[in-house]
Design a protein around this ligand. Structure first.
Ligand SMILES: [Zn+2]
Length: 233
């Protein structure tokens, strides 16, 4: 059941610039340059200022997986409405420069993909053959990145209660899996439900679900001070 089907392209179709020898030249070069420049600028800001990103980068560094901006991030054009992706074969985070236009969106995408990178670093995830691993990381990314944060959801006119956060996480994890793997909705639902509780309750490295930037700042400060304490014993 966990074997990918022959025609599965693992979502690479969504990232047409992956595995392409060179970029197209001509009239679109200028537009790509502008988008690319803006994407890199927003990425730099996210890495410097987002407490979510800072905590994840710090935790990865402590686990021996230091992230280098130029090597592990790539701003590229993507198909459809995809915002980003984690390319496990190159350990690279793809940021969709044609679909990310706001800093707040960039911060969320960087955080979401860094959670996949964190899982990749700590757990030796079998992204391609074990759908449970993929489902688990998608649940964690939706839960901890702010994708389902209250203000984000209000902006989408989904005013709801506590339970709503869980439903949002489940729905987003499902959509993410279906975007990159050719399996049925029913099969994906079954896998997500099987791993949901344990993965939803795994808050590493945040220690809790950061429901807002304020929560994430607190978690980051707590994480950094824990480091200092550990260094002294
Ligand atoms: Zn994801």
């Amino acid at each position: 059941m966990d074997q990918p089907k022959q025609e599965d392209d693992y979502g690479y179709g969504l990232f047409p610039e992956r595995n392409q020898a060179k970029h197209k030249k001509g009239s679109i070069t200028e537009r790509i340059f502008t988008f690319n420049h803006k994407c890199r600028f927003m990425l730099q800001y996210a890495v410097d200022a987002s407490p979510y990103a800072k905590l994840l980068l710090s935790a990865m560094k402590n686990s021996g997986c230091q992230v280098f901006k130029d090597r592990h991030f790539a701003c590229e054009d993507c198909d459809g409405t995809v915002s980003g992706g984690f390319d496990a074969t190159s350990s690279q985070i793809v940021l969709c420069q044609n679909n990310i236009h706001k800093q707040s969106h960039m911060n969320r995408v960087v955080t979401h993909e860094l959670i996949h990178a964190f899982d990749h670093c700590r757990a030796h995830v079998d992204w391609f053959n074990n759908y449970r691993h993929l489902a688990c990381s998608e649940i964690r990314a939706a839960n901890l990145s702010g994708d389902c944060a209250f203000s984000t959801e209000v902006a989408r006119f989904h005013f709801g209660l506590k339970k709503h956060h869980q439903e949002c996480v489940r729905g987003r994890a499902l959509r993410s899996i279906l975007a990159v793997r050719k399996i049925s909705k029913e099969e994906a639902e079954k896998i997500v439900d099987e791993v949901f509780d344990s993965c939803f309750n795994d808050h590493a490295p945040f220690g809790r679900i950061p429901h807002s930037t304020k929560d994430a700042k607190f978690a980051y400060r707590h994480y950094e001070s824990r480091d200092r304490y550990n260094a002294n014993i």
